[in-house]
Design a protein around this ligand. Structure first.
Ligand SMILES: [Zn+2]
Length: 408
C-alpha cells in the first residue's frame, strides 16, 4: 500500500486528499490537496470570489502515535467584498483556527470530563489555546433553538477569577440547563439577553426567578423587558439571606462578650455551624453545641428558630405558605434582632415575588445545584484570563451540549 493511501485512510480528512507525508521537527507533516475547487470565503461563505494569492497553511491534527501531526495545504486567498482578504474555507477546520475540527472536538469533549491542567498536558497545548478552541466549538455547536419556547427562567450571578468579576447566567427551569451567559451582573447585562430574543421568544416567558438584591428586576420590567413575565425571588437566595442574618446575630453576641478574650466569646465563635446548618445534617458535636445555645443564649436561639422557620415555609403546601410567611414577618419584626428586623423589611417589600416562587414551584435544589456547578467550573477554569473561555466552559458543562467524538 502506498503511504499516501495509508494516510488517507488513517486520517479520514473530509474534503482533503493526501499528497505527501514527511517527518519534520514539528512531527509528521501531511501535505493535503483540497478536493473541492469552489472558491468559498471562510469568513462569510460567499462563493465565486476572485483569487488574490496563494499561501501554505498548517493545522495541528490529532497526534499519531508518539508524533504530533500537522496538516499542510496550499490555500487560495480570496478577495471578499464583506470580509476583505480571507483564505478559502476548508472542510476539516473551523474558520480562523490553526487546529483541525477533530482536534478541537476532542479538546471540547475532554473539557467536559476533566480539569484543564491535565487536558492541556495531554493535548500538548497551552491554556490560551484551550480557551480559544472551546469558544470556537461552542459557537459552532450551541443549539440556536435553545431560546425558543422558554417558560420559566432563572437569572443568577456568579463571581469568577480574582477581583470582583461576575458572570450573569440565565437558566431554563424546565431543563435545568444554562441557556445564556455573559460578563457583568446588572440590568444592562440582562438587557443584552433580552436583545437577543425575538418578540415571540420574549412573550413565551411567564416567570423569571432572580436574587432580590440584584439589579435585574429593572431590566425585566422595563420597556425592552419581558411583557408577560412574573418576577419571583429564588428560595435559595432568600434562605441565604436568612443565614446571613443568623450569622450577624452570632457576631453581635461575640462582640458583646469581649470576643476571643473571654471563654464565652470563644464559645460563641464556635457555634457557627450549629446555628446555620440544618439540624438533619449536623454532627453530634454540633448538635450538642446547639443544645448549649438553647440553654444559655436566647438571642442566638431565637435567630436559629427564625432561620429554621424561614426554610420550613418552602417545604409547606402552597396554600399554607402565605399565612405562614405573614406570621414569620411579624415574628421577625418583633424579634429585637437587628439583622432579622432588617431582613423582614426586605422580604415584606418583595413579598409578592417571594410567594410567587412558592406558587410556581420554583425548585430550590436544582438552581442551587446549578449555581454551585457554575462556581466549580469557574474554579476549574481559574487559569483562563478571558471571560469568553469561562462562558464556553459554562455552556459545555451546564447546557446539556453533546460533543460527539470524531469518527465514533
Ligand atoms: Zn467573506
Amino acid at each position: 500500500m502506498r503511504v499516501t493511501t495509508a494516510f488517507n485512510r488513517m486520517l479520514e480528512l473530509p474534503g482533503g486528499s493526501v499528497q505527501d507525508v514527511a517527518f519534520g521537527s514539528d512531527g509528521v507533516i501531511v501535505t493535503v490537496r483540497l478536493k473541492r475547487r469552489r472558491r468559498v470565503c471562510s469568513g462569510c461563505g460567499a462563493e465565486g470570489l476572485e483569487i488574490k494569492d496563494r499561501r501554505v497553511r498548517r493545522w495541528r491534527h490529532l497526534d499519531l502515535g508518539a508524533s504530533r501531526c500537522v496538516i499542510e495545504c496550499e490555500l487560495r486567498r480570496l478577495r471578499c467584498p464583506g470580509c476583505g482578504d480571507r483564505p478559502e474555507m476548508v472542510p476539516w477546520a473551523r474558520a480562523g483556527s490553526s487546529y483541525t475540527r477533530d482536534f478541537e472536538d476532542v479538546v471540547a469533549f475532554l473539557s467536559q470530563q476533566m480539569a484543564m491542567t491535565p487536558l492541556a498536558k495531554l493535548m500538548r497545548i497551552g491554556w490560551r489555546s484551550v480557551g480559544k478552541i472551546l469558544a470556537r466549538v461552542v459557537a459552532d455547536k450551541l443549539d440556536r433553538g435553545r431560546l425558543d419556547g422558554l417558560v420559566m427562567i432563572g437569572v443568577d450571578e456568579v463571581s469568577h477569577g480574582a477581583g470582583h468579576r461576575f458572570l450573569t447566567c440565565v437558566a431554563d427551569h424546565g431543563t435545568g440547563g444554562v441557556v445564556w451567559a455573559a460578563p457583568g451582573r446588572n440590568a444592562q447585562t440582562l438587557q443584552a439577553f433580552f436583545a437577543e430574543l425575538t418578540d415571540e421568544q420574549k412573550a413565551s416567558i411567564t416567570a423569571v426567578s432572580i436574587d432580590m438584591s440584584a439589579g435585574y428586576e429593572k431590566a425585566i420590567r422595563g420597556p425592552e423587558g419581558l411583557p408577560n413575565a412574573e418576577v419571583c425571588f429564588d428560595p435559595f437566595h432568600v434562605c441565604q439571606l436568612g443565614g446571613k442574618a443568623t450569622d450577624q446575630v452570632r457576631r453581635d453576641e461575640y462582640n458583646r462578650h469581649s470576643r476571643s478574650s473571654s471563654s464565652e466569646g470563644r464559645w460563641i465563635k464556635g457555634t457557627r455551624y450549629s446555628l446555620l446548618k440544618d439540624t438533619a445534617n449536623q454532627t453530634p458535636k454540633q448538635l450538642l453545641k446547639l443544645a448549649e445555645v438553647v440553654l444559655t443564649n436566647k438571642r442566638m436561639y431565637r435567630a436559629f428558630l427564625l432561620l429554621g422557620e424561614l426554610r420550613y415555609i418552602y417545604r409547606l403546601p402552597k396554600d399554607e405558605a402565605a399565612e405562614r410567611l405573614d406570621a414569620w414577618l411579624a415574628w421577625a419584626s418583633r424579634s429585637k434582632l437587628r439583622s432579622f428586623v432588617k431582613l423582614a423589611r426586605t422580604i415584606r417589600k418583595h413579598k409578592a415575588g417571594v410567594l410567587a416562587a412558592i406558587q410556581l414551584g420554583i425548585s430550590n435544589g436544582r438552581l442551587e445545584a446549578l449555581n454551585s456547578r457554575v462556581r466549580l467550573i469557574s474554579h476549574r477554569a481559574h487559569g483562563f484570563h478571558s471571560a469568553d473561555a469561562l462562558i464556553a466552559m459554562v455552556y459545555l458543562c451546564c447546557s446539556g451540549l453533546q460533543i460527539p467524538l470524531p469518527h465514533r
